[in-house]
Design a protein around this ligand. Structure first.
Ligand code: SF4
Ligand code: SF4
Length: 231
């Protein structure tokens, strides 16, 4: 069947009209910043204090784009007669983002939580050599790393948090002032106060015991008013 003349034009106009009334989904970057998901892989931040220069990240990186230099330092013994120890000191930590393929292996393998993803992505350069970020720049990215998401309800507490809480409790217990002894005057006053037998309430102690006279009952030692006592 031959198409009706002008039907194509009508269809096209209908599509245009439908699209004109819909909300636009195009964000006018850079005037409008994109709303990125929290696990966006933008750039890698280095938390230097956690790095022990174990070299795992550099060894596992498939692109060999992590450069680490370090030297050894001798730490004196903690106690007299103890053994000296040596530790690695970081001299250089750099990532070449012109080679990085954002696989995240370095972050996954770091056993000391020293590397983190930041959603920051605006670090384009006109010179490719500037895409090698040295440790100072990697540290700056740490300020853009979002806080970790909350744990699922009922999830096991992370080991790091449990250890930190135990250490804080221990320190608080050490810094708490010792329980003070009662003052000598208070002790003397406490000794002067009459004590009541334990377990006997006032009601119980006021009750006459078997064989004891009730209040107001005459006894040989305590005659009733008007009665004469023993001569
Ligand atoms: S994200 Fe992957 S490629 Fe990039 S530095 Fe880490 S391990 Fe290497
Ligand atoms: S794996 Fe972690 S601790 Fe080891 S060198 Fe890399 S960043 Fe440092």
């Amino acid at each position: 069947m031959a198409p009706i003349p002008g039907s194509g034009l009508a269809k096209g106009l209908a599509v245009t009209l439908r699209t004109m009334t819909k909300k636009s989904v195009t964000a006018q970057y850079p005037d409008t910043q994109p709303d990125l998901p929290p696990r966006t892989r933008g750039v890698i931040g280095l938390f230097e204090e956690n790095c022990t220069v174990c070299m795992l990240c550099a060894r596992e990186c498939p692109d060999w784009c992590i450069y680490i230099d370090s030297h050894k330092e001798t730490v004196p013994a903690a106690a007299p007669g103890g053994r000296e120890r040596s530790r690695n000191v970081l001299d250089r930590f750099a990532i070449d983002f012109s080679l990085c393929m954002y696989c995240g292996i370095c972050i996954e393998v770091c056993p000391f939580d020293a590397l983190f993803w930041s959603p920051e992505f605006e670090y384009a350069e006109t010179d490719i050599r500037d895409l090698t970020h040295e440790r100072d720049k990697l540290r700056e990215w740490m300020w853009t790393v979002p806080a970790p998401p909350a744990l699922d309800p009922g999830a096991e507490e992370p080991k790091e948090l449990a250890t930190a809480r135990k250490t804080a409790d221990k320190l608080a217990a050490q810094q708490a002032p010792p329980a003070t002894e009662p003052h000598a005057d208070q002790q003397a006053r406490a000794a002067e106060q009459p004590t009541r037998p334990q377990g006997d309430s006032k009601q119980q102690t006021d009750q006459p015991k078997p064989g004891q006279p009730t209040p107001g009952q005459a006894t040989p030692d305590h005659p009733k008013p008007g009665q004469e006592g023993p001569e």
